[in-house]
Design a protein around this ligand. Structure first.
Ligand code: FES
Length: 111
């Protein structure tokens, strides 16, 4: 008998693991939301692809010690929590819960 997983319905496949090799970034769209996927040494993170300073795509940034650095003015955000760790950004970036199943990357997002 199949027992539905109450949490499973909220996860959406957004990419394959092969699309985001280690230490790379990938921008994907889920509905109207742009999401940046980051692979930091095999750990996948997902967060909004918009810097909270001036909206620059974080997918054009650099992965640095668990943070994503925006290339425009150098703001940094902790990828696990979204917390802004370096000016000029002050507001956190929204993060999404990630699952990797059978080579697929799924994130919890309402589109
Ligand atoms: S737009 Fe990202 S630091 Fe200014």
């Amino acid at each position: 008998m199949n027992v539905p997983d109450p949490a499973a319905g909220s996860f959406t496949k957004v990419a394959s693991e092969a699309d985001v090799p280690p230490n790379t970034l990938l921008s994907v769209e889920v509905g109207d939301i742009k999401v940046c996927l980051a692979n930091a040494d095999g750990q996948i993170y997902a967060f909004k692809d918009n810097c909270t300073h001036r909206d620059f795509p974080l997918s054009e940034g650099d992965i640095e010690d668990g943070t994503i650095e925006c290339t425009w003015h150098g703001a940094r955000f902790e990828m696990a929590t979204g917390r802004a760790t370096r000016l000029p950004a002050i507001k956190p970036v929204q993060t999404f819960e990630v699952r990797v199943e059978n080579g697929d990357i799924l994130i919890a997002i309402d589109d």
